[in-house]
Design a protein around this ligand. Structure first.
Ligand SMILES: [Zn+2]
Ligand SMILES: [Zn+2]
Length: 402
């Protein structure tokens, strides 16, 4: 069996060796790893770099799945293909992983792998079949994020199974089932008043529109969004709309969780990582803040509640497609009243009105720094965009040709 350090790589010799054209692999400890230790296994080539936050975030997710598969004896191995620029960073990064790597010094092997699998973005997890090294999945990183070890063996058939499973779960989703992950039949009052900490039965939420708010105190955008959501919450409750919000804590420390709760006038899951993580995985929450909206029938209305709140404030309620369509139609109608172009004090060129159909897309308004979508006044050359209302309200805005 090949694998002695002195052996020439068996290029084209079949199996994984025809792909991994390096003499041997290296363990996180620096020890050499023989190829026979990974022969016959499904291989995940993990392209990553220490300096990239997304890789830093993905490594522990992959490691958790890897350990579980190892325990199960599943025949899976990961090989790091580092994109690090110097040896100390490589060694530090590799030291956080339980699997072998292509030696840092084998530049030609790393280059060949990058070219062969057309690696442009990292993290990337190319899954290869045990015999022959055929590609089983060109990038299983998303699958691992979403399903953890359940994604194994990453084949199209497995992916179809997992997705069908999801569809079944989503179709029969109820609030009670969602919250059963916490093992409790209640959530708690948060907020800064005498009711804080009191239990509220999940059954009392049934029939309402419920926002599941994934957030954390250490996250600045979360704190900003909490303020906005709180304003909308109180306005909707003032109108007696059946709306409730439940905080799903993504906090790393209980102190942060308690501080978050103090700022929130709604309900909260207890501080216990497991149910929050289970809900985050179930809804495929990748970043915070995220607002998932569940309708009165217990089914998911949207996972995009954050954008809808940013764009439409309390008018987004009840967050359904039908409501959003109405709002967009109202905007199209209102836009007819606006001048086709104008000069605005914030920009030296004339701005033209654009809609989603004429080149407008999602943007951040240069006047109020809030999100916008579709209709805008735009200087296409400079990428300057503002809301129609911000062009109109601002002093110094003057109509051009209508
Ligand atoms: Zn604006
Ligand atoms: Zn300009």
């Amino acid at each position: 069996m090949a694998g002695d350090p002195g052996d020439a790589p068996e290029v084209g010799g079949g199996g994984i060796r025809s792909v991994l054209t390096t003499a041997s692999l290296v363990a996180p400890s620096g020890d050499e790893v023989q190829f026979r230790e990974i022969d016959g296994k499904i291989i995940g080539l993990y392209f990553a770099a220490n300096w990239y936050p997304k890789c830093e975030a993905f490594t522990p997710v992959l490691a958790a799945a890897y350990e579980q598969l190892k325990e199960r004896g599943a025949g899976f191995e990961v090989v790091l293909v580092s994109c690090d620029e110097d040896r100390p960073s490589f060694e530090r990064f590799h030291g956080t992983m339980p699997w072998p790597a292509v030696p840092f010094g084998d530049l030609s092997c790393k280059k060949r792998l990058s070219e062969r699998f057309q690696v442009e973005g990292i993290p990337r997890l190319v899954v290869l079949a045990p015999d022959g090294g055929a590609v089983v999945h060109p990038d299983a990183a998303d699958l691992v994020h979403r399903y953890g070890e359940r994604a194994f063996p990453f084949t199209a058939a497995r992916v179809a199974e997992l997705e069908a499973d999801d569809q079944r779960k989503y179709a029969s989703q109820t609030l009670e089932k969602l919250f059963s992950v916490s093992g409790k039949e209640y959530v708690m009052n948060s907020g800064n008043n005498e009711k804080a900490g009191l239990q509220v039965p999940v059954s009392s939420l049934v029939g309402k529109t419920v926002g599941l708010y994934f957030s954390a105190n250490h996250c600045a955008p979360c704190i900003k969004f909490t303020t906005k959501l709180a304003a909308i919450y109180s306005s909707l409750r003032g109108k007696a709309e059946d709306f409730e919000v439940v905080y799903v804590p993504m906090d790393r420390e209980e102190d942060g969780y308690l501080r978050s709760c103090g700022d929130m006038p709604w309900l909260a899951l207890p501080y216990d990582g497991a149910p929050s993580r289970a809900l985050a995985r179930y809804f495929d929450v990748r970043e915070i803040p995220t607002l998932v909206v569940v309708g009165p029938d217990g089914r998911t209305v949207t996972r995009d509640g954050r954008n809808l709140v940013n764009l439409y404030f309390d008018m987004a309620f009840p967050f359904t497609d039908a409501q959003i369509r109405l709002l967009q139609e109202a905007e199209d109608e209102a836009a007819k009243e606006y001048p086709r172009s104008l000069r605005h004090r914030g920009h030296r060129h004339e701005l033209s009105i654009v809609s989603e159909k004429s080149g407008g897309g999602p943007y951040i308004c240069c006047e109020c720094e809030e999100q916008g979508l579709g209709w805008a006044y735009q200087c296409i050359a400079c990428g300057y965009e503002i809301h129609l209302r911000c062009g109109q309200n601002a002093e110094g805005g003057s109509a051009g040709t209508a």
